[in-house]
Design a protein around this ligand. Structure first.
Ligand code: SF4
Length: 425
C-alpha cells in the first residue's frame, strides 16, 4: 500500500455468504440449510474459485470491509474459515484498516475457532442471541441456551476481541416491553460495543407463518391478537429500548442499531450509503456501479458453475431484462465486473430508483442523508426532486434538517415505513 496507484483505488465492501445452519430456526427465511462436512468443503472450494475470479476483476478497488454472514459461518471448521480469509487477502487488495466481521451462533464456536479468527485478521464478532429468555429461545427454535451464549461471549473476549455485536429480536409472541427490557438489561451488563435490535417479521414459508399469519395480519391492522404484541406494545418496547441503551452510553445510529462511540458497523453504513459491494456465495447480491447482480441460489448449480466461471453477455429474469438499453449498459459494466454464469440476475438500476434507494436507505440512519452527496450523485439538488414531500413530512413533525443533513425525527423513526414510502417517485 502507499503508492499513488493504491491510493487512487475505489473502495469496495465484500460480503461472503455461508449458507449452513445446524438446524433451521422457526422464523427464518434466509438462504440457509443443514449440510454435511463433505458439502461444506465443496462449498468452500467453490467460494475460493469465486474469490480468485473476482479478485482478478476488482484490481482497481481496495476492500475496506469484509462481512462473513449466513447462515452460521461459525459452524464451519476453523481451517475452512482461515482458507477463505487467506484467499481474500491474496486475491483482493485488503485495506490494513479493514473492518472484518463474522457472524457466530452460540453452540457452534470453540476456543480454537476464535483463536483462528484472530490469526486470520477477523476483528469484529457478531453473536446471534435474539433473547436472554429461555422460553423465547425455545419458541424461536434456537439451538442454544442463554448460558451457552454467555460462554461464547466470554470466549470471544478471552481471545482478545474488542468489537462485539449482539443481535436481539423484539416483537416476539408473548413479549412485553418489560420482558424485553429484562433481556436488554442482561446484555447491557456485558458491555458489548454494539447491539442490534430487529423486530420479528412473520415470513411466508416458515413454521412461524403457519402458526402466526392470522395474528400478524391482525397486528398490522392495529387489532388485538392472542399471540403477538400489539402495535402499541411494540412501540412501548422500542421507546424503552432506546431509553435503556441511551442511558447505558449507546448511540442509536440507525433505526435498529446502537453502538458505543466509534463502534458503528462500517460495513452496514456502506450498505445504507449505497457503496459498491460484492457478494460472494450462493444467493449473494452485489451492487457495483449501480448495477445489481444476484448469484444463483441453488447450491449444486453454484458448485458446478464455479468450476468454469464464464463471462456471459446475457440477461435473465431481472426487471427490465428485455430492455435493450439495460442490456447494453450491463454489457458495458463487463469492463469492471463482468456478468458471469454465476449470476441469476443483473439489472442496471434506473436513475429514479437510485434516488429512491438513496433516500430509503440513507434515512434509516439517524444522521440521515446529505444534501451535498445527493447533488454529487445525481447532479441535481434534493429539493428539485423531493421539495413537496419533504415539506409535508416536516409539517407533520416526521422529518428535520440540520447542517446540510436531512433526517427522521424520533416520531418519524417510529413510523418509518410510512415516511420512507413517501419517497417513491
Ligand atoms: S441461525 Fe440464523 S440463518 Fe440459521 S436458521 Fe437460525 S436465523 Fe436462520
Amino acid at each position: 500500500m502507499g503508492s499513488v496507484d493504491e491510493r487512487m483505488k475505489k473502495e469496495l465492501e465484500l460480503y461472503i455468504h455461508i449458507p449452513f445452519c445446524m438446524k433451521k430456526c422457526e422464523y427464518c427465511d434466509f438462504l440457509s440449510f443443514r449440510a454435511d462436512e463433505h458439502t461444506q468443503h465443496a462449498y468452500v472450494e467453490a467460494l475460493l474459485r469465486e474469490i480468485a475470479y473476482y479478485g482478478e476483476k476488482c484490481r482497481e478497488y481496495t476492500v475496506t470491509s469484509v462481512y462473513i454472514g449466513g447462515g452460521t459461518p461459525s459452524w464451519l471448521d476453523e481451517e475452512l474459515m482461515s482458507g477463505i480469509m487467506s484467499a481474500v487477502r491474496s486475491h483482493f487488495s485488503l485495506s490494513p484498516e479493514a473492518e472484518i466481521s463474522i457472524e457466530c451462533n452460540p453452540g457452534t464456536v470453540t476456543d480454537g475457532k476464535f483463536a483462528a479468527y484472530r490469526r486470520a485478521g477477523i476483528n469484529r464478532i457478531s453473536i446471534g442471541l435474539q433473547s436472554a429468555d429461555e422460553r423465547e429461545l425455545r419458541l424461536l427454535g434456537r439451538i442454544h441456551t442463554y448460558g451457552q451464549f454467555l460462554k461464547t461471549y466470554e470466549l470471544a473476549r478471552r481471545n482478545g476481541f474488542t468489537n462485539i455485536n449482539i443481535d436481539l429480536m423484539n416483537s416476539l409472541p408473548g413479549q412485553t416491553a418489560e420482558s424485553f427490557s429484562h433481556t436488554l438489561r442482561q446484555i447491557i451488563r456485558l458491555k458489548p460495543e454494539h447491539i442490534s435490535v430487529y423486530s420479528l417479521i412473520i415470513e411466508e414459508g416458515t413454521p412461524f407463518y403457519v402458526r402466526y399469519q392470522e395474528d400478524a395480519k391482525r397486528q398490522s391492522a392495529g387489532e388485538p391478537t392472542a399471540a403477538l404484541p400489539t402495535e402499541e406494545e411494540v412501540l412501548r418496547t422500542t421507546r424503552l429500548t432506546e431509553e435503556l441503551l441511551s442511558d447505558a452510553g449507546y448511540e442509536q445510529y440507525e433505526i435498529s442499531n446502537f453502538a458505543k462511540p466509534g463502534y458503528a458497523c462500517r460495513h452496514n453504513i456502506g450498505y445504507w450509503q449505497r457503496a459498491n459491494y460484492l457478494g460472494l456465495g450462493i444467493g449473494a447480491a452485489s451492487l457495483m456501479e449501480n448495477i445489481r447482480y444476484t448469484n444463483v441460489s441453488d447450491l449444486y448449480k453454484y458448485l458446478e458453475k464455479t468450476v468454469h466461471i464464464k463471462e456471459e453477455l446475457r440477461q435473465t429474469a431481472a426487471p427490465g431484462s428485455g430492455d435493450v438499453a439495460n442490456q447494453a449498459a450491463c454489457r458495458q459494466s463487463a469492463q469492471v465486473i463482468p456478468m458471469t454464469n454465476l449470476h441469476e440476475t443483473a439489472e442496471r438500476i434506473p436513475r429514479k430508483a437510485q434516488m429512491e434507494e438513496f433516500m430509503f436507505l440513507g434515512l434509516r440512519m439517524t444522521d440521515g442523508v446529505s444534501r451535498e452527496r445527493f447533488a454529487q450523485n445525481f447532479g441535481i439538488e434534493i429539493e428539485a426532486v423531493y421539495q413537496e414531500v419533504m415539506q409535508s413530512l416536516k409539517e407533520e413533525g416526521l422529518l428535520a434538517k440540520r447542517a446540510g443533513q436531512i433526517f427522521l425525527t424520533k416520531r418519524g423513526q417510529e413510523v418509518s415505513n410510512y415516511v420512507l414510502a413517501q419517497f417513491l417517485l
